[in-house]
Design a protein around this ligand. Structure first.
Ligand code: ADP
Length: 334
């Protein structure tokens, strides 16, 4: 009997790898960020030393993990991957740090979620390349300072503001990733369609880009659903109407808004008459953590003009009301 786990059936993580560019050249869009990073890496290579630590900030799915892997590839060094929540005790981090090779990249995803004690250990390690290892237990325990080889931390966070300033100050380079404009997403979709072997007709990539919520991960996911459609319907070329039909089947919003985005807008409009409503009330109403609403949902809704943040709380704009098929009422702005 062969056991197949649910994660093996879900193709997303595996396909994420297949679509990940390995060099900075293959990383689509974000031209300024790429130029900065290129200079930064070239300088490190010329000096023949591990570069300063790098912080990547921005919403999920915009390429932080991809960039961390590209940094390691470009420097031709190994990469170790962990995350804030995976490190429960400072000791977990100490053992990772003490096993790093010279020049290695240590990628820490969701670095704002490291436990406090691990955070303190990390910034000493980042600054002085030293870690204090505890030996023994109880009253006889002592700590021995261990010198580390030079390495590079690449930290990723969706909440830069939650990083304590001593930790933030240890990064020599901070990049802010923002949602991708449609033309960049279109390029990304064209690149991915080449990898996946989907042939897109005139305007099909643009139609997908419009609905990808400014996010490469979503663009790639929608493209895979369109590929399924093409396979089942024996299409050689996918045109705009095929894209629309496939996405309609999956209830992808015409503006790219997802289930949570719509739930948030609905809550503000229907439960709070358009707002203003505080973040915590709003999160409770949609059954999500405040952090998720604030870092995943709101940045896109604000950027696209569906929601505004006021000192009294979140307010739905006229665009939000009409997107939900309603007449704007109450204190609506926009
Ligand atoms: P994050 O770590 O920010 O959540 P990832 O780096 O995991 O995001 O990116 C999600 C997916 O989108 C990956 O499959 C990655 O290959 C793809 N991707 C993200 N940004 C880009 C980009 N600029 N060019 C090409 N592919 C990208």
């Amino acid at each position: 009997l062969r056991m197949v786990s649910a994660t093996a059936i879900n193709d997303e993580p595996i396909s994420d790898e297949e679509l990940r560019p390995h060099a900075l050249d293959g990383f689509v869009g974000q031209p300024r960020l790429k130029a900065q990073l290129q200079l930064f890496l070239d300088a490190a290579r010329k000096r023949d030393t591990a570069p300063d630590h790098i912080l990547l900030a921005g919403p999920p799915g915009l390429g932080k993990t991809t960039l961390a892997m590209i940094v390691a590839n470009e420097l031709e060094v190994p990469i170790r991957i962990t995350s804030g929540p995976a490190i429960q005790h400072a000791g977990d981090l100490a053992s990772i740090l003490s096993s790093l090779d010279a020049g290695e990249v240590l990628f820490i995803d969701e670095i704002h979620r490291l436990p406090r004690a691990a955070e303190e250990l990390l910034y000493i390690a980042m600054e002085d390349f030293r870690v204090d290892v505890m030996v023994g237990k109880g009253p006889g325990a002592s700590s021995i300072p261990l010198t580390l080889p030079r390495f590079t931390v690449v930290g990723a966070t969706t909440r830069e503001g939650m990083l304590p300033s001593p930790l933030r100050a240890r990064f020599g380079f901070t990049a802010h990733l923002d949602f991708y404009p449609h033309d960049e997403l279109e390029k990304l979709i064209e690149r991915s369609s080449g990898v996946l072997g989907v042939s897109l007709g005139e305007g099909a990539a643009a139609e997908l880009a419009l609905r990808s919520r400014g996010t490469p991960r979503i663009a790639n996911r929608l493209l895979r659903r369109v590929r399924d459609w093409a396979i089942v319907h024996d299409l050689q070329v996918v045109d705009v109407d095929d894209v629309r039909a496939a996405l309609a089947l999956y209830q992808i919003d015409s503006e790219g808004l997802d289930r949570l985005d719509i739930a948030v807008l609905n809550a503000i409009v229907r439960n709070f008459n358009g707002g203003p409503v505080g973040l915590n009330n709003l999160a409770a109403m949609v059954g999500e953590e405040s952090e998720t609403v604030e870092t995943v949902c709101e940045p896109y809704l604000v950027r696209e003009g569906f929601l505004i943040r006021t000192p009294k709380g979140r307010v739905a704009t006229a665009k939000a009301w009409s997107h939900l098929g309603l007449e704007p009422q109450g204190e609506t702005n926009g």
